[in-house]
Design a protein around this ligand. Structure first.
Ligand SMILES: *Cc1c(COP(=O)(O)O)cnc(C)c1O
Length: 482
């Protein structure tokens, strides 16, 4: 059979609700055009994130009953520990409440002010946690990503020559470690190849710099290695995962992604001395090292979810659903990032709404339009999220891409839901020239997209192209004066 179906059937259902266009207009205005401020029940299809939004399996629900909620040494911890160690191969594992807690704990031990931490591209919380330590997060996405090469199989790779240059130019001790994010979430969810992992590890070893993997979507990355990389088509996902992590000194994981859990994360390391130091800090803010801020139920869910995420039938279905949405949007003329990732489909809002310049937030404008049209919640990944305004000069540096991410929760939506989203895009596309940009009227200093307030603008202004010094903004850098 050629038809790829969901490798599961529904056992419990959750109703979704419908709103009228008038209601959605009012809700958008009340939310300050910030979709994070909407109530979830007002979103008919919620593609805001694939983080923590998965449907649990019957095995996971059964494990919730057997969970051991003891404060120390619970058997749920031992099952969690066994699962992480056997999948990732590290000697020690510390549970934490989510990925960003892993970042804060590890960085508080390893990062000093003024240091630089290179990555294929840091996720936004990773960047914020590094900056909070006074360090610089350096993004080195590969050329294929910077050039928008849609034929590239591994556009999530790190640029090895840029990495080497950074290392050679840095003062000794200024690069405490490097990171690779698999898949590369901030770069369209594109995968990192085994070859790139191996070569990064070799380069770093020559300079005695440790490598940590941000493993949020390790299974999806492994699947794409199996599908796309030479010599891996007959290797099992578990063997690919095993090899991937032999190249690293440790990993951080948000289990809200490929842990198929609603909360949780971990730090896995081989350096037991470092683990002991992290444990001291961990007890102050996260909890005792055998629960790390999680309940026994969460640890059970993760112990099983990590295995379910590496199941090949599941990964095949996941890829088929992302591809379905991607291909159909492309067919009706929506500019999408190709090839599609597994956890999301990314729409290029700058290419779709060419009349809205980056400073007027075409991504945020498109995300609002999707909600207005059909109650679909998505997430802007562009200037609203990554742009920066300098309060002294009044100049805003725009993000390199203006994307709208349609994140696909794991095991939640079916093909008819995707058809609904495709119809919404088709309707919006027909009236796209009438869509207006937005301006920010209120914003926080860090991670501004979560809390910003926006307002529609009446008229669009011309754009000016020039260079900026900002690291990580490698392409289409545009400066705007407010
Ligand atoms: C989600 C995510 C994080 C942060 O994890 P949280 O569980 O949301 O704190 C870090 N890195 C990547 C790549 C992520 O996708």
């Amino acid at each position: 059979m050629k038809t790829i179906i969901e490798p599961f059937r529904t056992k419990v259902v959750e109703p979704i609700y419908f709103t009228s266009q008038g209601e959605r207009e009012a809700l958008l205005a009340c939310a300050g055009y910030n979709l994070f401020k909407l109530n979830a029940k007002d979103c008919t299809i919620d593609f805001l994130t694939d983080s923590g939004t998965a449907a649990l399996s019957s095995d996971q629900w059964s494990a919730l009953m057997r969970a051991d909620e003891s404060y120390a040494g619970a058997s749920s911890f031992h099952r969690f520990e066994k699962s992480v160690k056997s999948i990732f191969g590290f000697k020690e594992v510390l549970p934490v409440h989510q990925g960003r807690a892993a970042e804060r704990l590890l960085f508080s031990e390893l990062v000093k002010p003024g240091q630089k931490i290179p990555s294929n591209t840091h996720f936004d919380t990773t960047r914020a946690n590094l900056e909070a330590r006074g360090a610089t997060a350096v993004d080195l996405p590969c050329r294929a990503w910077r050039d928008g090469d849609s034929a590239a199989s591994f556009a999530g790779n790190i640029d090895l020559s840029e990495l080497e240059r950074l290392i050679c130019e840095a003062e000794p001790g200024m690069i405490p470690f490097a990171m690779l994010t698999v898949t590369n979430n901030a770069c369209g969810g594109q995968p990192v190849s085994m070859r790139n992992l191996r070569q990064t590890s070799q380069l770093l070893k020559r300079h005695h710099i440790p490598l940590f993997i941000d493993a949020a979507r390790f299974a999806e990355n492994a699947y794409l290695i199996q599908q796309r990389e030479e010599n891996y088509s007959s290797t099992s996902i578990s063997s690919i995962v095993e090899e991937m992590f032999t190249y690293a000194d440790g990993c951080l994981m948000s289990c809200k992604k490929d842990g198929i859990a609603n909360i949780g994360g971990f730090i896995a390391l081989n350096d037991s001395e470092l683990v002991e130091r992290v444990k001291v800090e961990m007890i102050v803010t996260e909890g005792f090292p055998t629960y790390g801020g999680l309940s026994g139920r969460d640890l059970e869910t993760i112990a099983i979810g990590l295995y379910e995420a590496t199941n090949e039938d599941y990964l095949r279905y996941r890829e088929a659903s992302a591809r379905f949405l991607h291909d159909r949007l492309k067919r009706i003329g929506i500019p999408v990032i190709s090839p599609p990732a597994l956890h999301a489909v990314y729409v290029d809002a700058a290419a779709m709404l060419t009349h809205i310049p980056p400073l007027e937030l075409p991504g945020q404008a498109l995300a609002c339009e999707l909600y207005r049209e059909a109650g679909i919640r998505s997430c802007e990944i562009g200037t609203a999220m990554f742009g920066k305004s300098d309060p002294e000069t009044g100049i805003t540096v725009c993000a390199p891409h203006e994307l709208v991410r349609l994140a696909l929760p794991r095991r939640v939506y079916s093909q008819s839901h995707y058809e609904y989203v495709i119809e919404a895009f088709s309707n919006i596309n027909q009236r796209r020239s009438s869509i207006r940009g937005l301006k920010i009227t209120k914003q926080a200093e860090k991670l501004r997209h979560f809390t910003a307030v926006y307002e529609p603008i009446e008229k669009t202004s011309p754009s000016i192209n020039c260079d900026s010094e900002m690291e990580g903004f490698n392409k289409n850098r545009v400066l705007y004066e407010i």
